[in-house]
Design a protein around this ligand. Structure first.
Ligand code: AMP
Ligand code: DBH
Length: 548
């Protein structure tokens, strides 16, 4: 047995005992989560969406549970068993929930890949978990996952069974096929056991595998559902990838299923489609990353749809500029909730009764009274209250190590996770994210906060979104380049004048501008600074060769 099937290995026993005594952790597990939801909410609508064959479905809790049982019987027949790691790489289609609950029923551990992951990520997930299987869509949205499997499998040290969830499995097994086995009883998993592996976003590197237990994750889900006031009346539109930690747990699809509401899955994030779905399905809440939210804000006036059922837009995953945050209620007519979370654990929410400036100007405060927050200077000393520093955290749903002990430097000896985020804290406990510890541009010794300049840029009426990144410079070490998204781009001179009028210091004015129609994005849709830097480096090399 690996270290991660040992039920006591992931958190210190004394902490577990304290969290149980406080009622944070209990005996709930994902092995029985859906059955219990079906017993409580039977005929309520659980999920709406289409499957990989393009067929639309509306499933009640009872029907969803039956579908999960059928999938469990099929996966059992394919040999999936307790303790197996199974990479699940499915889009926002109706196969997703039956698949993960089938795995939980069998006591197998999903590894939550994103549909956007490719060979480098899959190789890493499959090899480092010694995965038994990989469940993939087949050919979907113009990409052939069967070809990906053909590319990745031969180089793996371990045999991996590929299971295709959509049509035409080719030489691979089919998730929907025969034969099926008898349905075993739910696996007798312990709440402190590893339930699944989440993956970190990797906006700056290769994703890390994050071991989450039944007890810690369910605690965060239950509390998230309570904080976000979910009920049987909740209708959540899921636009971001369903397997991402935000969409899954903050409060996400699991929170909605915990509360008896309805999950509406869509694969189309365009404003026209999203607004029409909100209208047609009477959606009450949805979640977006900032680049997506900003497109919705920009295009709302051009699209004719009723959004009056929409109560809350959650925005998280990356910093939502205050300028944009202030537009949410006037433009979309709903409340904004900021969500600052990480697949490693800690999640912060602005609350429904927070004053408006807190909702638009902060990224929320932690879920739990037991979340410990440290804000440290570069030397590791606590900063004076209200000043910014490195965020470290420890608590009842934050991991103490990555899977297999990877990247041990991300944790202190006493178990705090170094988030890499630079934050400051208000007296109310709300956190303001000021950037990543590597997001500063060092222009000949003058430090420029990417976030500060981006905030000024997006205040320009013709700029939809902006990102500032460093480009290498022989003379200054680094210079700044602003990547601008705009339908009607202003000139570089106009933007510099605009920023100067707003009082921005001359050294903070972007040295260079790139006008584009979109950003390179990570799998969940965050701006990929890594890809931006790479593209700029490529452009610069080309420019130089032209100069020569
Ligand atoms: P991941 O590694 O994919 O789990 O991403 C977690 C990271 O995303 C956090 O450590 C932050 O850097 C960033 N993040 C998430 N939500 C927010 C937010 N609301 N504001 C700023 N940064 C965020
Ligand atoms: O970015 C994230 O990883 C994230 C954002 C909001 C997250 O994991 C979460 C909420 O739970």
């Amino acid at each position: 047995m690996s270290e991660h099937t040992d039920s006591t290995a992931l958190y210190p026993a004394a902490d577990v005992a304290a969290w149980r005594a406080a009622g944070y952790w209990n005996d709930d597990t994902f092995a029985t989560f859906l059955r219990e939801a079906a017993a409580r909410f039977g005929d309520n609508e659980a999920v709406v969406g289409h499957d990989l064959h393009g067929v639309n479905h509306r499933l009640s809790y009872r029907e969803l549970s039956t579908a999960a049982d059928a999938t469990a019987r099929r996966l059992r027949a394919l040999g999936i068993t307790r303790g197996d790691f199974v990479v699940v790489q499915l889009p926002n289609t109706t196969e997703f929930l039956p698949t993960i609950f089938a795995l939980f029923h069998l006591g197998a551990r999903p590894v939550f890949a994103l549909p956007a992951h490719r060979a480098a990520e899959l190789r890493h997930f499959l090899a480092s978990t010694n995965a038994a299987a990989w469940i993939a869509p087949g050919s979907h949205n113009g990409f052939d996952y069967r070809d990906l499997a053909r590319e990745v499998l031969p180089a793996l040290p371990n045999p991996v069974q590929v299971i295709i969830a959509g049509p035409d499995p080719a030489e691979f097994a089919s998730l929907g096929g025969d034969p099926v086995a008898d349905l075993p009883a739910p696996a007798p998993v312990a709440p402190e056991e590893l339930a699944f592996l989440q993956v970190s976003g990797g906006s700056t590197g290769i994703p890390k595998l994050i071991p989450r237990t039944h007890a810690d994750y369910l605690y965060s889900v239950r509390e998230s559902a309570r904080i976000c006031q979910l009920s049987t009346a909740t209708r959540m539109l899921v636009v971001l990838p369903v397997s991402h930690n935000f969409t899954m747990s903050s409060p996400g699809v699991l929170g909605v299923l915990w509360a008896g509401g309805t999950v509406i899955l869509t694969e189309d994030p365009t404003p026209t489609s999203v607004f029409h779905l909100i209208d047609a399905e009477k959606v009450t809440m949805t979640a977006a990353v900032p680049p997506l939210a900003m497109t919705w804000l920009a295009l709302r006036p051009r699209i004719d749809a009723h959004l009056d059922t929409l109560e809350v837009l959650q925005v998280g995953g990356a910093k939502f500029p205050a300028e944009a945050a202030r537009k949410v209620t006037p433009v979309l007519g709903c409340r904004l909730q900021q969500v600052f979370g990480m697949a490693e654990g800690l999640v912060n929410y602005t609350r429904a009764d927070d004053p408006e400036d807190v909702v638009t100007g902060t990224q929320g405060r932690p879920i739990s009274p037991a979340d410990e927050i440290l804000i440290l200077d570069d030397e590791g000393h606590p900063v004076p209250e209200g000043e910014s520093g490195h965020l470290l955290t420890r608590g009842p749903y934050t991991i103490r190590s990555y899977f297999n002990g990877a990247d041990p430097g991300a944790f202190t000896d006493d178990g705090f996770y170094r988030t890499g985020d630079i934050v400051r804290r208000l007296p109310t406990g709300h956190l303001i994210v000021e950037g990543r510890d590597k997001d500063h541009i060092n222009r000949g010794g003058e430090k420029i906060s990417a976030e500060e300049v981006e905030n000024h840029l997006i205040a320009h009426p013709d700029i939809i979104d902006a990102a500032l990144v460093a480009i290498p410079d022989d003379y200054l070490g680094e210079r700044s380049c602003a990547w601008i998204i705009s339908d009607t781009p202003p000139t570089a001179t106009e933007i510099r004048e605009f920023l100067t009028r707003r009082g921005l210091a001359a050294y903070k004015l972007p040295d260079r501008f790139e006008f584009e129609s979109s950003f390179p994005l990570t799998g969940v849709g965050k701006i990929s600074r890594k890809a931006l830097r790479r593209r700029l480096a490529a452009t610069l090399t080309t420019d130089t060769s032209k100069d020569d």
